[in-house]
Design a protein around this ligand. Structure first.
Ligand code: GTP
Ligand code: MG
Length: 202
């Protein structure tokens, strides 16, 4: 089945020749359908939230420039190109292509849906197959739905140690911790890149 590449108005070309000087990283959002991947992306890049579910068909991306501090406290420019694939996309090869070359993954589950938590290992394993070294961050999303919460913090913390990942409890609806996830990701990637760089002032 052919997959459509969707581009919304907010999306910019990450390779646009706008004179950006800094590190560029590609991050992939992973997780089951309806967990809130697109909502997290839109909250972060456009500061909006839509209650209405619109399934992502194929993949979309958005970019965001983040000012990040290095270990000496100097401000560095980091451009994140954040890719969002519909959780319904079941084609293994397509998922592999999407993950290939990613600098990091943010894997999302919905705290009101235990089955989305149960699927986390699958997402993690398939990412690790393609990107053995890249950092992983976990989002336990929809924490605003306190009455409907079914997955408490403890299993999330277990995932954190199994995956050796950062763990965040987020709400795309209220915005809780959303920017923290992406800033942490940018910071980790910058520090890794600087470690590997001969010229740390680049
Ligand atoms: N209450 C609440 N609802 C949320 C939150 N995040 C997403 N939603 C809702 O959950 C539904 C699914 O959100 P999406 O962001 O479209 O989910 P997705 O993971 O991109 O889904 P696919 O594109 O099918 O993979 C929508 O109705 C959103 O409004 C949240 O933090 N809190
Ligand atoms: Mg989506």
């Amino acid at each position: 089945m052919a997959q459509r590449i969707e581009r919304t108005n907010s999306i910019q070309d990450p390779d646009a020749a706008d004179g950006f000087q800094g590190y560029k990283f590609r991050i992939v959002l992973l997780g089951e359908a309806m967990v809130g991947k697109t909502s997290l992306l839109r909250r972060y890049t456009e500061n909006i939230f839509n209650e209405e579910y619109k399934q992502t068909i194929g993949t979309t991306f958005a970019t965001k420039d983040v000012e990040t501090r290095d270990t000496q406290g100097n401000v560095r420019q980091v451009r994140l190109s954040i890719w969002d694939m519909g959780g319904q996309s079941t084609y293994r090869e397509l998922r592999r292509q999407y993950m290939k070359g990613a600098s990091a993954a943010i894997i999302v589950y919905d705290v009101t849906k235990p089955e989305t938590f149960m699927a986390m290992n699958n997402w993690f394993e398939s990412f690790r197959e393609v990107c053995p070294e890249a950092p992983v961050l976990i989002c336990a999303n929809k924490i605003d739905l306190t009455d409907k919460r079914m997955v408490p913090q403890e299993p999330g913390l277990m995932l954190r140690s199994w995956f050796q990942a950062e763990y965040y409890e987020t709400s795309a609806k209220t915005g809780t911790a959303v920017a923290d996830v992406f800033s942490k990701c940018a910071e980790k990637l910058l520090l890794n890149a600087l470690k590997g760089s001969k010229n740390p002032l680049t």
